[in-house]
Write a protein that binds this ligand. Structure first.
Ligand SMILES: C[S@@+](CC[C@H](N)C(=O)[O-])C[C@H]1O[C@@H](n2cnc3c(N)ncnc32)[C@H](O)[C@@H]1O
Length: 231
């Protein structure tokens, strides 16, 4: 992936992002709800990082859900990050980091929760596996990695059916051919949809436990994994 181009694509979209995503991604809000609702509740999360925060649709919910936590919002698109910051305001506990999340270098055990919504699929399979290893290292014992994203179908036929339904649903929700073509061009150039089963396996290989998919609709799924608190 060329992160500069991904950043530029989302820079250009930053002002209209929320309206566009709500038209084009069916059940987007429900997916964000599932991502937060299923977070483990058996421990406190005081140090949180959001990977690919964009303009902050998840970020505002996260900041509300964890009013005491230190939260780092990371994105490669400076314009999206600026919108995110303007929605959240400045507070000592909130940090806005213009960074490629493949290059983050947090200390081992320094993060309690790593969370992300529709951003990880910009990485290739190899890069995803590398990110999963990194996240595992950052997490404190009992920490969690939870992300919503787009995934392939188990067969090409299922994947094609997902794509067909996605197009139909976004058109019904008011999207246009131009908008659809914009996403498809972006997808061809920058998106890497891997299988959900593969990604659950890669997480387990890194040492994550309690690896599961807690919500799924067409291409979209919410994945959750824990770093065991037993060392
Ligand atoms: C589809 S948007 C999702 C934004 C937001 N999380 C949401 O749920 O609406 C993907 C975001 O991930 C960011 N992104 C993609 N690859 C990235 C990378 N390697 N490092 C940092 N940010 C990245 C993009 O700039 C973009 O803002």
């Amino acid at each position: 992936m060329n992160d500069k181009q991904v950043g530029q694509f989302f820079d250009q979209l930053s002002e209209d992002y929320t309206a566009v995503i709500e038209r084009c991604f069916p059940r987007y809000r429900e997916m964000l709800w599932a991502l937060l609702d299923y977070l483990p509740s058996d421990r406190a999360f005081t140090a949180i990082v959001e990977l690919g925060c964009g303009t902050g649709n998840l970020s505002v919910l996260l900041a509300e859900a964890f009013p005491e936590a230190t939260i780092r919002f990371v994105d490669v698109s400076s314009d999206s990050l600026a919108v995110c910051r303007s929605r959240l305001g400045d507070a000592d506990r909130l940090a806005f980091e213009r960074q490629d999340f493949r290059e983050l270098n947090y200390a081992s055990g320094s993060i309690d929760l790593a969370i992300s919504s529709i951003a990880v699929h910009h990485l290739t399979s190899t890069e995803k596996r590398q990110l999963f290893r990194q996240v595992f290292d950052w997490l404190s014992p009992g920490g969690a990695f939870c992300f919503a994203d787009q995934f392939r179908g188990a067969t090409d036929a299922l994947y094609a059916r997902h794509m067909h339904h996605w197009r139909e649903l976004s058109m019904t929700a008011g999207s246009s051919d131009d908008e659809w073509n914009m996403w498809m061009e972006h997808q061809r150039e920058h998106d890497h949809h891997d299988l959900l089963a593969d990604q659950l396996g890669w997480l387990a290989e890194c040492g994550f436990t309690e690896v599961d998919c807690v919500w799924r609709y067409l291409l979209w799924a919410v994945v959750q994994a824990r770093k065991s608190s037993v060392r």
